[in-house]
Each structure stands twice: as structure tokens, then as C-alpha cells.
Ligand binder design. Sequence first.
Ligand SMILES: Nc1ncnc2c1ncn2[C@@H]1O[C@H](COP(=O)(O)OP(=O)(O)O)[C@@H](O)[C@H]1O
Ligand SMILES: [Mg+2]
Length: 239
Amino acid sequence: MEPIVQVRNIYKDYNKTEVLKGISFDIFKGEIVSIIGSSGSGKSTLIRCINGLEKIKNGEIIVDKKVVGDSRSVIGKVGMVFQDFNLFPHYTVLENIVNPCKVIRKMNTDEAKELAMSLLKKVKLEDKINEYPKNLSGGQQQRVAIARALSMEPEVILFDEPTSSLDPELAYEVFNTMKSLAKEGFTMVIVTHQINMVTNFSNRVIFLENGKISFDGSPKELMETDNERVKQFIKMIAL
Ligand SMILES: Nc1ncnc2c1ncn2[C@@H]1O[C@H](COP(=O)(O)OP(=O)(O)O)[C@@H](O)[C@H]1O
Ligand SMILES: [Mg+2]
């Protein structure tokens, strides 16, 4: 089976500071990969590279058999959900999904509306379609962002700390939405500090340390590892 994402020995720096130092891994259909690691270890940079939002210095990223160039090269293949939601503030919930479907997927208004409604139902927001983002809770905004990412029918969805700016109760709503996507077989990469996401529905965990992968295995293997740094980190995020 061909991997959906191939990351091949990538290097990335910002003004000569090397952030990613030779990272390689493949992601296969249906995998749910958590990426963990200390703040500043390069997690966001890594997934921004996969999404073509950052240019790499060396190496290669291949998504769906094509080399990733800029972010346009992965439109429709890679979806992204950010920590701070990134909805269009001047569009309603419905328009946040309908407009990209029309512009990017060239759908007509009826098709776009039908798809948007079905996705908003999936994330349990069918009663909020005419609201503006500022009138929604953070958890609701994040679920709109998830629905919008799904509307592009991507091969893989990248989440960058999707629940980090939410209160526990709202984080739980988003967590549940993500769990149901996991059950449906979506391919997901999740940067997270939540040990729950790692143990509850990921089937693989990558630990980034200092721009390199220092662990890549199942959640069970993670819990049983002898790697002292990883053990220490797990203890810390389990608090
Ligand atoms: N746009 C940028 N310009 C300069 N340095 C950056 C930029 N983005 C991230 N960095 C630096 O790269 C390192 C990794 O950052 P990041 O990928 O955001 O880490 P993480 O998501 O794991 O916290 C940090 O030292 C950060 O300060
Ligand atoms: Mg980050």
C-alpha cells in the first residue's frame, strides 16, 4: 500500500536556526498519528511543512504521490485545523463552508449548501448556521473549522493543538468530534499535549525532540518505553 504522506529526511531552518533536523516518516490511510514533544520542538513547523505553509530547506514531502510545493499544491489533499480556529469572521457559519466549496471546489451554491449542511450536522451545529463566529463558543468555532476542513474532502487532516485554547468542557466537545472522525476512518495527524487524545484514539505516536524523532510507535509502546526523556515528558503531560 502506498503511503498518503511521505516525509523524507526534511530539514527546516528559520534565519539559520535549524528547527527540523532530518525527519522521516510515512503516514498510511486510516492512521491517527499524535505528535507530541516540548514547546519549541518543531511540531507546528513540521505539520506546516506538510501543508506547504513553510518551505523546507532539504528533503522532500510527498502527499498523494505529488511533491509538496506551496500550500496551493495540497489544496483538497491536506486539511488543517489550527489552535485558534481561523474562521472568516465576516462570514456566517454556513458561508465559512459554502464559500470555500464554491471557490476552491467549484461547486454550485446548492451543492455547496447541501454538503455544508451535512457536515454541520455531523459536528452538531445545524442550529447555528446563520450565526457569525464571534457569537459561538470556542468549541463551536473549532467544530465549524473541522467541518470546513472536511468539506475539502482531504486525504489527511492536520490538527495543531485543536483544544489548547479551550476550557476543559469545550475541549471535550471537540475531542468527541475528533474521536468520531477517527472511528469513521479519517487519516489524521494531531499535534497535542492531551494524553487523552494519544491514548484514546491514536494508533501511533511520534515524539519530537530537538528537531528529530526520538520515538515512533504505538500508544502502548509509548507507555512502556525505556526512553527516559519520553517517560519524563509523559509524566509531565499526564499531570
Ligand atoms: N516564523 C518563525 N520565525 C522564526 N522562528 C520560528 C518561526 N516559527 C517557529 N519558530 C521557531 O522554531 C522553533 C519551533 O517552533 P514550533 O514549530 O512552533 O514548535 P512547537 O509547535 O513544537 O512548539 C521555535 O524555536 C520557534 O521559536
Ligand atoms: Mg506549536
